[in-house]
Design a protein around this ligand. Sequence first.
Ligand code: ZN
Length: 80
Amino acid sequence: MVTNTITVLEYTCEKCRYKWISRVNGKDRSKPTRCAKCKRWDWDKKAEKAKYMDLPTEVVQNFAEDFIRKNKGIFDALAD
Ligand SMILES: [Zn+2]
Protein backbone atom coordinates (compact mmCIF):
# COMPACT_ATOMS: atom_id res chain seq x y z
CA MET A 1 0.00 0.00 0.00
CA VAL A 2 1.22 3.45 -0.87
CA THR A 3 -0.02 6.51 0.93
CA ASN A 4 0.51 10.06 -0.18
CA THR A 5 -0.16 13.33 1.52
CA ILE A 6 -2.00 15.63 -0.83
CA THR A 7 -2.55 19.35 -0.62
CA VAL A 8 -5.83 20.90 -1.65
CA LEU A 9 -6.75 24.54 -1.98
CA GLU A 10 -9.32 25.62 0.53
CA TYR A 11 -11.23 28.81 -0.21
CA THR A 12 -12.74 31.01 2.48
CA CYS A 13 -15.56 33.39 1.65
CA GLU A 14 -14.72 36.88 2.97
CA LYS A 15 -18.43 37.61 3.36
CA CYS A 16 -19.88 34.59 5.15
CA ARG A 17 -16.62 32.86 6.24
CA TYR A 18 -17.74 29.61 4.58
CA LYS A 19 -14.81 27.31 3.72
CA TRP A 20 -14.87 24.92 0.82
CA ILE A 21 -12.66 23.13 -1.65
CA SER A 22 -13.34 23.44 -5.33
CA ARG A 23 -12.86 20.05 -6.93
CA VAL A 24 -14.78 18.23 -9.61
CA ASN A 25 -14.18 14.54 -10.34
CA GLY A 26 -11.05 14.58 -8.16
CA LYS A 27 -9.47 17.48 -10.04
CA ASP A 28 -8.85 21.01 -8.82
CA ARG A 29 -10.89 23.66 -10.54
CA SER A 30 -9.75 27.20 -11.14
CA LYS A 31 -10.66 29.92 -8.63
CA PRO A 32 -14.40 29.86 -7.97
CA THR A 33 -16.39 32.75 -9.37
CA ARG A 34 -18.98 32.59 -6.58
CA CYS A 35 -19.09 31.50 -2.95
CA ALA A 36 -20.37 27.92 -2.69
CA LYS A 37 -22.71 28.91 0.13
CA CYS A 38 -23.86 32.55 -0.10
CA LYS A 39 -23.35 32.69 -3.91
CA ARG A 40 -21.80 36.16 -3.80
CA TRP A 41 -19.56 37.16 -6.70
CA ASP A 42 -17.35 39.32 -4.45
CA TRP A 43 -16.69 36.49 -1.99
CA ASP A 44 -12.89 37.07 -2.21
CA LYS A 45 -13.05 40.81 -1.49
CA LYS A 46 -12.43 41.72 2.09
CA ALA A 47 -15.10 43.91 3.63
CA GLU A 48 -13.98 47.49 4.34
CA LYS A 49 -14.47 47.21 8.09
CA ALA A 50 -12.41 44.02 8.22
CA LYS A 51 -9.27 46.16 7.71
CA TYR A 52 -9.88 47.84 11.06
CA MET A 53 -10.69 44.55 12.71
CA ASP A 54 -7.19 43.36 11.79
CA LEU A 55 -5.61 46.15 13.86
CA PRO A 56 -4.16 45.13 17.21
CA THR A 57 -6.64 45.64 20.07
CA GLU A 58 -4.22 48.10 21.72
CA VAL A 59 -4.27 50.38 18.66
CA VAL A 60 -8.08 50.36 18.47
CA GLN A 61 -8.36 50.96 22.21
CA ASN A 62 -5.88 53.86 22.14
CA PHE A 63 -7.77 55.40 19.24
CA ALA A 64 -11.10 55.02 21.02
CA GLU A 65 -9.76 56.50 24.28
CA ASP A 66 -8.19 59.42 22.39
CA PHE A 67 -11.45 60.02 20.53
CA ILE A 68 -13.46 59.98 23.77
CA ARG A 69 -10.97 62.37 25.41
CA LYS A 70 -11.15 64.83 22.52
CA ASN A 71 -14.93 64.65 22.36
CA LYS A 72 -15.58 64.59 26.08
CA GLY A 73 -18.25 67.28 25.80
CA ILE A 74 -20.38 65.12 23.52
CA PHE A 75 -20.22 62.10 25.80
CA ASP A 76 -20.93 64.19 28.89
CA ALA A 77 -24.00 65.62 27.15
CA LEU A 78 -25.22 62.13 26.21
CA ALA A 79 -24.82 60.95 29.79
CA ASP A 80 -27.22 63.61 31.10
ZN1 ZN B 1 -20.08 33.21 1.17
